[in-house]
Design a protein around this ligand. Structure first.
Ligand SMILES: [Zn+2]
Ligand SMILES: [Zn+2]
Length: 263
Protein backbone atom coordinates (compact mmCIF):
# COMPACT_ATOMS: atom_id res chain seq x y z
CA UNK A 1 0.00 0.00 0.00
CA UNK A 2 1.16 3.46 -0.85
CA UNK A 3 2.21 5.48 2.16
CA UNK A 4 0.57 8.87 2.03
CA UNK A 5 1.77 12.01 3.70
CA UNK A 6 -1.26 13.09 5.69
CA UNK A 7 0.34 15.48 8.16
CA UNK A 8 -1.73 18.61 8.35
CA UNK A 9 -4.13 17.33 5.73
CA UNK A 10 -7.83 16.94 6.46
CA UNK A 11 -10.11 14.06 5.47
CA UNK A 12 -13.82 14.88 5.20
CA UNK A 13 -15.23 11.45 5.93
CA UNK A 14 -18.86 12.27 5.08
CA UNK A 15 -20.26 14.71 2.55
CA UNK A 16 -22.92 14.77 -0.14
CA UNK A 17 -21.30 16.20 -3.27
CA UNK A 18 -24.31 15.08 -5.33
CA UNK A 19 -26.67 17.34 -3.36
CA UNK A 20 -27.49 20.88 -4.44
CA UNK A 21 -25.96 23.39 -4.39
CA UNK A 22 -22.64 21.47 -4.16
CA UNK A 23 -23.45 19.36 -7.23
CA UNK A 24 -23.57 22.47 -9.42
CA UNK A 25 -20.04 23.56 -8.53
CA UNK A 26 -18.04 20.47 -7.60
CA UNK A 27 -14.83 21.84 -9.10
CA UNK A 28 -15.15 25.03 -7.04
CA UNK A 29 -16.04 23.03 -3.92
CA UNK A 30 -12.95 20.82 -4.33
CA UNK A 31 -10.71 23.77 -5.10
CA UNK A 32 -11.81 25.67 -1.99
CA UNK A 33 -11.27 22.48 0.02
CA UNK A 34 -7.76 22.04 -1.38
CA UNK A 35 -6.97 25.63 -0.43
CA UNK A 36 -7.76 24.66 3.18
CA UNK A 37 -5.67 21.47 2.90
CA UNK A 38 -8.77 19.27 2.81
CA UNK A 39 -7.68 16.66 0.30
CA UNK A 40 -9.77 13.52 0.85
CA UNK A 41 -13.52 13.05 0.75
CA UNK A 42 -16.11 10.33 0.93
CA UNK A 43 -19.30 11.32 -0.87
CA UNK A 44 -22.11 9.29 0.66
CA UNK A 45 -25.03 7.60 -1.08
CA UNK A 46 -28.50 8.02 0.41
CA UNK A 47 -30.64 6.15 -2.11
CA UNK A 48 -30.17 4.37 -5.43
CA UNK A 49 -29.94 7.52 -7.52
CA UNK A 50 -27.63 9.23 -5.05
CA UNK A 51 -25.39 6.16 -4.85
CA UNK A 52 -25.10 6.23 -8.65
CA UNK A 53 -24.35 9.96 -8.61
CA UNK A 54 -21.76 9.45 -5.86
CA UNK A 55 -20.08 6.77 -7.96
CA UNK A 56 -20.04 9.05 -11.01
CA UNK A 57 -18.51 11.90 -8.99
CA UNK A 58 -15.85 9.60 -7.52
CA UNK A 59 -15.01 8.29 -10.98
CA UNK A 60 -14.70 11.81 -12.35
CA UNK A 61 -12.76 13.40 -9.49
CA UNK A 62 -11.01 10.42 -7.89
CA UNK A 63 -8.85 9.12 -6.32
CA UNK A 64 -9.13 11.74 -3.59
CA UNK A 65 -12.92 11.46 -3.83
CA UNK A 66 -14.29 8.07 -2.86
CA UNK A 67 -17.92 7.03 -2.46
CA UNK A 68 -20.31 4.85 -0.53
CA UNK A 69 -23.53 3.10 -1.54
CA UNK A 70 -26.61 2.74 0.60
CA UNK A 71 -30.22 3.55 1.36
CA UNK A 72 -30.74 6.13 4.11
CA UNK A 73 -33.34 5.25 6.76
CA UNK A 74 -35.52 8.08 5.39
CA UNK A 75 -35.71 6.12 2.12
CA UNK A 76 -35.90 2.66 3.72
CA UNK A 77 -39.26 1.99 2.08
CA UNK A 78 -37.52 1.96 -1.30
CA UNK A 79 -35.29 -0.99 -0.43
CA UNK A 80 -36.61 -4.12 -2.13
CA UNK A 81 -34.85 -7.08 -3.70
CA UNK A 82 -34.26 -5.23 -6.94
CA UNK A 83 -32.77 -2.28 -5.12
CA UNK A 84 -30.34 -4.58 -3.31
CA UNK A 85 -29.31 -6.06 -6.66
CA UNK A 86 -28.80 -2.59 -8.09
CA UNK A 87 -26.74 -1.57 -5.07
CA UNK A 88 -24.59 -4.66 -5.63
CA UNK A 89 -24.13 -3.61 -9.24
CA UNK A 90 -23.15 -0.03 -8.32
CA UNK A 91 -20.81 -1.53 -5.74
CA UNK A 92 -18.91 -3.20 -8.56
CA UNK A 93 -17.20 0.16 -9.09
CA UNK A 94 -15.42 -0.02 -5.74
CA UNK A 95 -17.15 1.95 -2.99
CA UNK A 96 -15.28 2.30 0.30
CA UNK A 97 -18.33 1.65 2.50
CA UNK A 98 -22.01 0.76 2.65
CA UNK A 99 -23.97 3.74 3.90
CA UNK A 100 -25.51 5.74 5.01
CA UNK A 101 -27.78 3.18 6.59
CA UNK A 102 -29.43 3.02 9.97
CA UNK A 103 -32.43 4.26 11.92
CA UNK A 104 -34.01 7.70 12.17
CA UNK A 105 -36.83 7.73 14.72
CA UNK A 106 -36.70 11.53 14.89
CA UNK A 107 -38.25 12.13 11.49
CA UNK A 108 -39.80 8.69 10.91
CA UNK A 109 -39.93 9.25 7.15
CA UNK A 110 -40.16 5.47 6.69
CA UNK A 111 -42.11 3.21 9.10
CA UNK A 112 -39.89 1.87 11.90
CA UNK A 113 -40.25 -1.85 11.08
CA UNK A 114 -39.26 -1.05 7.48
CA UNK A 115 -36.23 0.92 8.72
CA UNK A 116 -35.14 -2.00 10.89
CA UNK A 117 -35.37 -4.45 8.02
CA UNK A 118 -33.56 -2.17 5.56
CA UNK A 119 -30.81 -1.57 8.12
CA UNK A 120 -30.26 -5.28 8.80
CA UNK A 121 -30.42 -6.17 5.10
CA UNK A 122 -27.76 -3.60 4.27
CA UNK A 123 -25.50 -4.81 7.07
CA UNK A 124 -25.72 -8.17 5.29
CA UNK A 125 -24.88 -6.44 2.03
CA UNK A 126 -21.79 -4.88 3.64
CA UNK A 127 -20.76 -8.31 4.83
CA UNK A 128 -21.16 -9.76 1.33
CA UNK A 129 -19.12 -6.90 -0.12
CA UNK A 130 -16.49 -6.98 2.63
CA UNK A 131 -17.00 -3.29 3.39
CA UNK A 132 -17.32 -1.19 6.56
CA UNK A 133 -20.57 0.68 7.25
CA UNK A 134 -21.54 4.33 7.69
CA UNK A 135 -24.35 4.47 10.22
CA UNK A 136 -26.98 7.20 10.54
CA UNK A 137 -28.75 6.96 13.89
CA UNK A 138 -31.05 9.55 15.39
CA UNK A 139 -33.28 9.12 18.45
CA UNK A 140 -32.77 5.38 18.11
CA UNK A 141 -29.73 4.58 20.26
CA UNK A 142 -30.81 1.31 21.84
CA UNK A 143 -32.45 -0.06 18.69
CA UNK A 144 -29.31 0.78 16.71
CA UNK A 145 -27.15 -1.07 19.23
CA UNK A 146 -29.49 -4.07 19.21
CA UNK A 147 -29.30 -4.43 15.44
CA UNK A 148 -25.54 -3.82 15.26
CA UNK A 149 -25.01 -6.50 17.90
CA UNK A 150 -27.46 -8.99 16.40
CA UNK A 151 -25.77 -8.60 13.01
CA UNK A 152 -22.26 -8.86 14.51
CA UNK A 153 -21.38 -5.51 12.98
CA UNK A 154 -18.13 -5.42 14.96
CA UNK A 155 -16.83 -7.78 12.28
CA UNK A 156 -17.52 -5.15 9.60
CA UNK A 157 -16.24 -2.03 11.30
CA UNK A 158 -17.61 1.40 10.59
CA UNK A 159 -18.60 4.78 11.91
CA UNK A 160 -21.66 6.24 13.59
CA UNK A 161 -21.69 9.47 11.65
CA UNK A 162 -22.99 12.82 12.97
CA UNK A 163 -22.83 11.33 16.44
CA UNK A 164 -25.70 12.79 18.49
CA UNK A 165 -25.77 10.70 21.67
CA UNK A 166 -24.06 10.94 25.05
CA UNK A 167 -20.81 9.35 26.16
CA UNK A 168 -22.40 6.19 27.60
CA UNK A 169 -23.71 5.40 24.09
CA UNK A 170 -20.37 6.37 22.57
CA UNK A 171 -18.65 3.92 24.91
CA UNK A 172 -20.85 1.07 23.65
CA UNK A 173 -20.18 2.03 20.04
CA UNK A 174 -16.43 2.23 20.71
CA UNK A 175 -16.51 -1.16 22.43
CA UNK A 176 -17.72 -2.59 19.12
CA UNK A 177 -14.63 -1.17 17.44
CA UNK A 178 -16.64 1.50 15.67
CA UNK A 179 -15.60 5.10 15.07
CA UNK A 180 -17.39 8.26 16.14
CA UNK A 181 -18.08 10.78 13.34
CA UNK A 182 -18.06 14.41 14.46
CA UNK A 183 -19.78 17.18 12.47
CA UNK A 184 -19.92 20.97 12.79
CA UNK A 185 -22.42 20.51 15.62
CA UNK A 186 -19.33 20.32 17.86
CA UNK A 187 -18.83 24.05 17.23
CA UNK A 188 -22.28 24.91 18.62
CA UNK A 189 -22.34 26.38 22.10
CA UNK A 190 -25.04 24.08 23.47
CA UNK A 191 -23.51 20.79 22.22
CA UNK A 192 -22.50 19.66 25.72
CA UNK A 193 -22.93 15.91 25.22
CA UNK A 194 -20.96 15.93 21.97
CA UNK A 195 -18.13 17.96 23.51
CA UNK A 196 -17.88 15.41 26.31
CA UNK A 197 -17.83 12.57 23.75
CA UNK A 198 -15.09 14.34 21.80
CA UNK A 199 -13.06 14.83 24.95
CA UNK A 200 -13.28 11.21 26.15
CA UNK A 201 -13.14 9.26 22.89
CA UNK A 202 -9.67 7.84 22.10
CA UNK A 203 -8.11 9.85 19.29
CA UNK A 204 -7.72 6.78 17.10
CA UNK A 205 -11.50 6.32 17.02
CA UNK A 206 -12.51 9.82 15.91
CA UNK A 207 -13.44 10.92 12.38
CA UNK A 208 -14.23 14.43 11.21
CA UNK A 209 -16.95 15.17 8.68
CA UNK A 210 -19.03 18.00 7.28
CA UNK A 211 -22.23 16.20 6.20
CA UNK A 212 -22.19 19.04 3.65
CA UNK A 213 -24.34 20.71 2.40
CA UNK A 214 -25.89 20.44 5.88
CA UNK A 215 -24.71 21.32 9.38
CA UNK A 216 -22.29 24.14 8.63
CA UNK A 217 -20.03 24.81 11.62
CA UNK A 218 -19.67 28.18 13.33
CA UNK A 219 -18.90 30.73 11.79
CA UNK A 220 -21.00 29.50 8.84
CA UNK A 221 -23.85 28.12 10.91
CA UNK A 222 -27.12 28.25 8.99
CA UNK A 223 -25.38 28.66 5.62
CA UNK A 224 -24.52 26.05 2.99
CA UNK A 225 -21.82 23.75 4.26
CA UNK A 226 -18.97 22.41 2.13
CA UNK A 227 -15.93 20.17 2.74
CA UNK A 228 -13.53 23.14 3.17
CA UNK A 229 -15.32 23.86 6.45
CA UNK A 230 -14.22 20.58 8.03
CA UNK A 231 -11.21 22.53 9.33
CA UNK A 232 -13.55 24.21 11.83
CA UNK A 233 -14.67 20.82 13.08
CA UNK A 234 -11.04 19.81 13.61
CA UNK A 235 -10.36 23.19 15.24
CA UNK A 236 -13.16 22.74 17.76
CA UNK A 237 -11.98 19.22 18.59
CA UNK A 238 -8.42 20.47 19.06
CA UNK A 239 -9.63 23.15 21.46
CA UNK A 240 -11.72 20.68 23.49
CA UNK A 241 -8.79 18.25 23.71
CA UNK A 242 -6.20 21.00 24.31
CA UNK A 243 -4.01 19.95 21.43
CA UNK A 244 -2.89 21.32 18.07
CA UNK A 245 -5.28 21.20 15.14
CA UNK A 246 -2.62 19.47 13.03
CA UNK A 247 -2.70 16.55 15.50
CA UNK A 248 -6.44 16.23 14.99
CA UNK A 249 -6.12 16.53 11.22
CA UNK A 250 -3.39 13.91 11.10
CA UNK A 251 -5.07 11.42 13.43
CA UNK A 252 -8.52 11.65 11.86
CA UNK A 253 -7.08 11.36 8.34
CA UNK A 254 -5.11 8.31 9.42
CA UNK A 255 -8.26 6.81 10.99
CA UNK A 256 -10.31 7.45 7.85
CA UNK A 257 -7.64 5.98 5.59
CA UNK A 258 -7.46 2.90 7.78
CA UNK A 259 -11.25 2.46 7.91
CA UNK A 260 -12.02 3.16 4.25
CA UNK A 261 -8.81 1.96 2.70
CA UNK A 262 -8.99 -1.67 3.66
CA UNK A 263 -10.27 -2.95 0.35
ZN1 LIG B 1 -26.95 11.07 8.22
ZN1 LIG C 1 -25.21 12.34 5.44
Amino acid sequence: MQVRQVFGMYFDSHCHLDFEPLSGDIEGVLERATNEKVDAFVTIGTDLQSSKSARAIAEKYGPKVSFSVGIHPHEASSLDKRAVEELMEIAGAGPVAVGEIGLDFHYDHSPRPVQRTAFADQLDLARDLGLPVVIHSRDAALETLDILRAEKAFELGGVVHCFSYDYSMARKILDMGFHIGVTGVVTFKNAHDLKEVVKKTPLDSLLIETDAPYLAPVPYRGKTNEPAHVVYVAGAIAEIRSTGVENIAEATARNANRLFGKR
